[in-house]
Design a protein around this ligand. Structure first.
Ligand code: HEC
Length: 148
């Protein structure tokens, strides 16, 4: 009995260490996110990927409201940035995978979507922002793959 207890104690300690390490890495990722990445996302992604969308004047145009609501619904489901890192995502997609997908979307120029960029001309991701996001994703994915 004692041996079992000791063994489970070890397992518990081990899990605790892993959890704490994972938590520490998540906080590092979040710290970097808050200073350099979040301001970009707030301006260019939050309208569809957070619970704080800013509705444009044409939201009042008949039919448009439904289109925008649909974008927000789908965008939020894929990735919810409302509570910072780790981001909520569809069926709890692994964070490393989500970050890699995010980098891909940014590199291809697929996000924000074209139709959104037409109406929000300053929402295109700039070359400097692309570099910042790519670097943050690479560093974060490395941290995540080490501990999770
Ligand atoms: C106009 C609304 C809108 C804006 C603004 C927007 N997105 Fe999206 N996003 C969507 C929708 C809708 C989807 C789901 C359909 C799709 O993948 O095209 C999506 C999907 C995604 C996905 C998941 C893709 C995948 O393959 O898993 C990522 C990552 C993403 N967006 C990142 C971003 C980032 C980063 C920004 C800001 C630079 C951004 N989006 C801005 C609407 C938006």
């Amino acid at each position: 009995m004692k041996r079992i207890l000791r063994a489970s104690h070890k397992t518990l300690m081990f899990t605790l260490i892993l959890t704490t390490t994972a938590w520490a890495e998540d906080s590092r990722i979040n710290a970097a996110y808050n200073t350099s990445i979040k301001p970009i996302f707030q301006k260019k992604c939050f309208d569809c990927h957070s619970n704080k969308p800013t509705f444009p004047w044409y939201y009042a145009v008949p039919g448009v409201k439904q289109l925008i609501n649909h974008d927000i619904e789908e965008g939020l489901e894929e990735m919810d940035l409302s509570k910072d890192f780790p981001f909520a995502s569809k069926e709890n997609k692994a964070q490393a995978k989500l970050l890699k997908d995010l980098k891909e979307e940014i590199e291809k120029g697929d996000m924000p979507p074209f139709t959104y960029r037409i109406m929000h001309t300053d929402s295109k991701i700039t070359v400097e922002e692309k570099l910042l996001i790519s670097r943050w994703v690479d560093e974060s994915v490395e941290l995540l793959e080490k501990v999770h």
